[in-house]
Design a protein around this ligand. Structure first.
Ligand SMILES: O=C(O)[C@H](O)[C@@H](O)[C@H](O)[C@H](O)COP(=O)(O)O
Length: 225
């Protein structure tokens, strides 16, 4: 346990940061660059803070997102902003960040440019870290996304999604692209999410709880109360 991990969630964040840093170090011994795919939302903030201070060859690491809201990069709900403020600091500021938005006004217009950027990176990713919402969504694969079937089935890299339950248009890595990693992690906290994960594990309908698309990756579950 890290000496400064005050709460179970902070302790978990430190454990995850150590595991992710070790995975990146391992992959960098045999390849020139390594790719880390992170999620947005509130859960990753202490993990980002812990990871940013890990010793590794950050100048050989690429970081991108599992998904993004189609908002300006400085908007308060931008995942890019979250990454810049909490992860691309300290030692990790030498990493290269690849955002999922463009200057286009819609994700449908920007999707091709973003796919082009992502295809330049080193796949499979070293680690894909997923979050999960109370509705069983992960990345921007929401149960009510109009493009859910497409995003679950396509071999395209990214998909523009419109989701009635969400205020913003979004862009998400497709399920296939999210699968394209050496390691998968689900980082969640709280009893509500534990209950949702339990439901997800006891059924098969991916459209009902899209996190099910990743349960057999295999998926390392990092959970704290
Ligand atoms: O919000 C995002 O950017 C991600 O799209 C989303 O998949 C996130 O990982 C979950 O919604 C969990 O979010 P919390 O960590 O805020 O609960």
């Amino acid at each position: 346990m890290s000496a400064n991990a005050a709460t179970p969630r902070e302790h978990l964040a430190h454990q995850l940061a150590e595991a992710v840093a070790e995975a990146l170090r391992t992959d960098l011994t045999r390849q020139a660059r390594a790719l880390l795919v992170v999620s947005g939302g509130s859960t990753p903030v202490p993990f980002f803070a812990a990871l940013a201070h890990q010793e590794l060859a950050w100048d050989r690491v690429d970081i991108t997102l599992a998904d993004e809201r189609w908002v300006a990069e400085d908007a308060t709900d931008s995942n890019a902003r979250l990454v810049r403020e909490h992860l691309l600091v300290g030692k990790a500021q030498q990493a290269r960040f690849i955002p999922l938005t463009t200057g286009h006004s819609t994700p449908e217009e920007g999707v091709e440019e973003v796919a082009g950027r992502l295809e330049q990176l080193t796949w499979p990713a070293s680690v894909v870290i997923l979050g999960m919402g109370g509705d069983g969504h992960t990345a921007s694969l929401f149960p009510d996304s109009r493009e859910l079937s497409l995003a679950l089935a396509t071999d395209a890299t990214v998909v523009a999604v419109r989701t009635p339950s969400q205020p913003q248009a979004r862009i998400t890595l497709s399920a296939e692209r999210l699968h394209h990693a050496l390691r998968h992690v689900l980082h969640i906290s709280g009893d509500d999410k534990r209950t949702v994960l339990g439901r997800a594990m006891s059924g098969d309908d991916v459209r009902e709880l899209p996190i099910r698309a990743f349960l057999s990756c295999p998926l390392a579950i990092y959970w704290a109360p």
